[in-house]
Ligand binder design. Sequence first.
Ligand code: C5P
Length: 222
Amino acid sequence: MARVITVDGPSGSGKGTLARLVAGRLGWHCLDSGALYRLLGLAVERSGIGFDDPEGVAALARGMQVEFRGDAIYLDGGDVSLLIRTETAGNNASKVAAIPAVREALLQWQRDYARPPGLVADGRDMGSVVFPAAEVKIFLDASAGERANRRYKQLKEKGLDAKLSDLIAEIEERDARDRNRSVAPLMAPDGALVVDSTALSITEVLDLVLERVRGAFPDTAI
Ligand code: C5P
């Protein structure tokens, strides 16, 4: 059994960056589970199937061909790395993510990423549903305003267009959908280290998390 560290939190909390840094320090694999929901949102848009057709969307989830090559992400053979990072893609992701049959279709797929020596997985339900036995669980939060600010900078750096007021509104809408859905709602799992990163740098967050990781895996060089 591979060791697992989960990093959950709302949109823009910095969990993706944190997960990649922790995986890099340990030399472990990394799973960006949000990318799977983003890819499915894009596949739905392209297919002409409606977001209101749960069975059709779940069938697409079961059939989509996904490949992670370094930092690039391919859907059915095409590079969609940038396309899936837009706010529209994030919103579409949260629509398909609220469909129980979709979560069921992606469950084993995500679990298969847990390979030796270990996996750092980030998302909304990594510690609560996908990897409930994970040795280390982190819940990373930050205020909605701060998260929108960070997203704004990220998008600008990628050359994508964005308006801060729209981002705040979209983040709040997405948070509400993710927290209130009936299946696998966003929440801090039992036993998680809860970190509010609103006023912390990524280095400060990383230090707190690595301290927890060292405690859980005393035999691992970090
Ligand atoms: O993390 P990211 O912003 O890429 O996730 C996009 C959307 O995918 C989230 O708003 C959420 O609705 C959904 N998601 C999820 N469960 C996960 C990861 C992402 O429901 N484990």
